[in-house]
Design a binder for this molecule. Structure first.
Ligand SMILES: C[S@@+](CC[C@H](N)C(=O)[O-])C[C@H]1O[C@@H](n2cnc3c(N)ncnc32)[C@H](O)[C@@H]1O
Length: 267
């Protein structure tokens, strides 16, 4: 795999790792691994690993006596992940069709990917298939949009200034936060001892501009929405007022970031 930021997929993954990972994803990795009760010596799979923030934390927990595999369909994400953690086995593939034998892992973990899977039930059945009997599954998803004030405001702004498709692209990560729906999904796929825990994290961006620009130039194109430059500039301008209440004394943007961690085990 050639690592070069000339490649737009790799450039996007580098931007994701530099900005989104420290701002909103990193803090969840220890909690997801706690829910998986990960221990030294175990074999663990991170599904929808992205640039590998969860897999890197898992490497620390399983120690040199264990082994970590990360899987994602996006080669740009995997190229960045591979550079950052060569000791992890990185595999290209989708959650719905895992390229591993039955009962290959002591634990299977995943954060903030399930909402994007084309067939979530099939993906969960696959995640359980590759888990050893009694092995744990732990998956994080964002809480519903209405629980996330800052993103609700940004979605409203997009709806107003860029239209429905742009707003829907930013709504997409928040569509799977209903606790009963999550419990039903995991139990329906065959998981036992399912629990859905609510946690509130803290998002931290360097500025309003960086936060919103990352969504407009980084996230929306991934969802197939490319905005014209004048529209981007207008949204960035309006966001300075709309999101002002989340700016701290040192100029950073800090807000609550609630999520669910669903865990259970293979019977
Ligand atoms: C928001 S990112 C989360 C990445 C990483 N887990 C993290 O915490 O930074 C969502 C990831 O889901 C991956 N993804 C989307 N559809 C997938 C599928 N069907 N199977 C596995 N991964 C998928 C994307 O490629 C992307 O890397």
């Amino acid at each position: 795999m050639t690592v070069s930021s000339e490649d737009p997929q790799i450039a996007a993954a580098q931007a994701y790792e530099a900005l989104h990972v420290p701002a909103i994803f990193q803090e969840w990795a220890p909690l997801v691994l706690d829910a998986a009760r990960l221990e030294a010596g175990q074999r663990v799979l991170d599904v929808a690993c992205g640039t590998g923030v969860l897999a890197r934390e898992a490497v620390e927990r399983v120690d040199s006596s264990g082994a970590v595999t990360g899987l994602d369909p996006n080669p740009g994400m995997l190229a960045v992940a591979g550079d950052l953690a060569p000791s992890v086995e990185w595999r290209e593939g989708t959650a719905e069709s895992l390229p591993f034998a039955d009962q290959s892992f002591d634990a299977v973990v995943s954060q903030f990917g399930l909402m994007f899977f084309a067939d979530r039930a099939q993906a969960l059945r696959e995640m359980l298939r590759v888990t050893k009997p009694g092995g744990r599954l732990a998956v994080a998803v964002w809480a519903p949009l209405e629980d996330s004030e800052a993103y609700s405001i940004e979605v409203e702004l997009l709806e107003l200034l860029a239209g429905r498709a742009a707003a829907d692209a930013l709504r997409a990560p928040f569509i799977l936060g209903d606790r009963q729906e999550l419990a039903d999904l995991f139990e329906g796929a065959g998981a036992a001892g399912v629990s859905v825990e609510a946690h509130t994290g803290t998002a931290r961006f360097p500025s309003i501009r960086t936060m919103v620009e990352a969504d407009l130039r980084g996230w929306l194109p991934v969802m197939g929405v490319v905005l014209d430059e004048p529209v981007i500039q207008r949204i960035l301008e309006e966001a300075e007022t709309a999101l002002e209440k989340f700016v701290t004394a040192d100029g950073r943007v800090v807000f609550d970031s609630p999520a669910r961690i669903v865990s259970g085990h293979r019977p």
